[in-house]
Design a protein around this ligand. Sequence first.
Ligand SMILES: [Ca+2]
Ligand SMILES: [Ca+2]
Length: 559
Amino acid sequence: LSLVFAIGACSGVNSTSSTASSATADSGSQLVEFYANQVGFLPQQQKHIVVRTSQAVSYRVTNTASGQTVLEGTTSTPNYWPLADQTVAVADVSSITAPGLYRLSVGDNDYTTFRISAQRVSALHDAAIKAYYYNRAGMALDPAFAGKWHREAGHTDTHVINLNEPKISLASPKGWYDAGDYNKYIVNSGISTYTLMRAYLDFPDFYVQRRWNIPESTNNQPDLLDEISWNLDWMLTMQDTDGGVFHKLTTLNFAPAVMPAEATEQRYVVAKGTAASLNFAAVMATAARVYPQQQSNFLAAAKRAWQWALENPQVAYKNAQNVKTGEYGDSSFNDEFAWAASELFITTGEQDYLIEAQRYLGSPSTPGWSDTMGLAYLSLLSEQGQNALPAERYQTLKTRFLDYADALVKTSQASPFRTAMTANDFVWGSNGVAMNHAMVLASAYRMSNDPAYLHTFTGLVDYVLGKNPVDYSYVTGFGEISPRFIHHRQSHADGIAEPVPGFLVGGAQNGQQDNCQYSASLPATSYKDNWCSYSTNEVTINWNAPLVYSLAAMLTLTE
Ligand SMILES: [Ca+2]
Ligand SMILES: [Ca+2]
């Protein structure tokens, strides 16, 4: 945060239109800018503040409560980051571990503030998972749980028509809205649901007692499992009688920017596909381990979807001409076969599934909705995977996975912003890429205890929380400057100034696939906090899921 921003922050965020660069021009003095995590650091994590400066500068950190100086130091030598056209250095304040509000000063005039606060990180986690409650389809949001964002139910989906066989209708209720729109897409729901189940499986102690005021908070099941169930129940309805799974549940066109209850166009399920069926099989096989009481139901659904995919191994989904909503198209299925087979193997222990998993398993990569190879690795290398796999096989996969994580560490260490993001990562949903990198690194740390993975991982969380060249905390409601005008129909239509909190926006990338006017065009700076910017300012369930995972990992692994 620059000085201008820091002062503005005291009276709200209305000052975001003024920029530090104009202040530099006005003052004529050497004014530096700062980019830092705006929410809070955990006491024991690595803490880097990025300083925009052309030469190394000395800095001083004071505790704002006591006024005492707690650290004096000099930044690293500045480096140029072409993805942002900025030259920046790093102030390492990791040695400060006491909770509190601190001021980092350069010279007499320039400063930023930062917090060390586990409570703030904890609150952010709870908001990031509660965002799923706000995106529930088919449920009214009660003021007791939703506060001022309460709303009527929309999209009960009790009469959904099969687009290919219009005489057939089905009930397909519940589930989460995918994003800023109101449709429900299996492949993106699947990776989101899996990622949240991964968080539960990896951090059970963290979740067993944790509650965040949803309608199910008074039952005796962990709230995370309650939230995930809302979507699993919907996904189950998307399986056809032959075992195949419909690709999505959608209107023909995107709904106008109205509240859910007012978006009443007819909804359809569309064609069955290989990606959707395998994604579904993987999710249901995982759910069989997460929900022991429903194991037989979930496992049976998984096996039927797997069988359908074996018989229909090349059915790529394409939007029909009259369907204009998100396609989520994918014609490469080795990763889905590897993932589904891996989950079925871990759940059943049957060697046939292991043979199939090995047949399709490729190199590890950072997970995404169309590339699920990394999810197969996360499961095979988890505790349950390790128990199921031959020891030698486990070691081979672990070595490969850590090699991949090593490349992320190297990228981060060479990055002026200490961020494991390359030019290739600044695609639509770059913040989702950052959080999926973070999930890979958190898993690498759990397998190895090598702190380099932990530092790279928390550095990515810092990145989305403000240690970035656009100076935004990219999560609604958290940080001095956070998105206000997200591409999210509820938030746009509800007449409430603040957007629904806890959502991670897509973030910077310079495809500029919408008709917004951007003031910057570089990969890491092309971002606009405006409803029109669906290419940088939309929210989705698959970007929030690895944010939830990463925050749970931080709160578990860093303390
Ligand atoms: Ca509960
Ligand atoms: Ca794929």
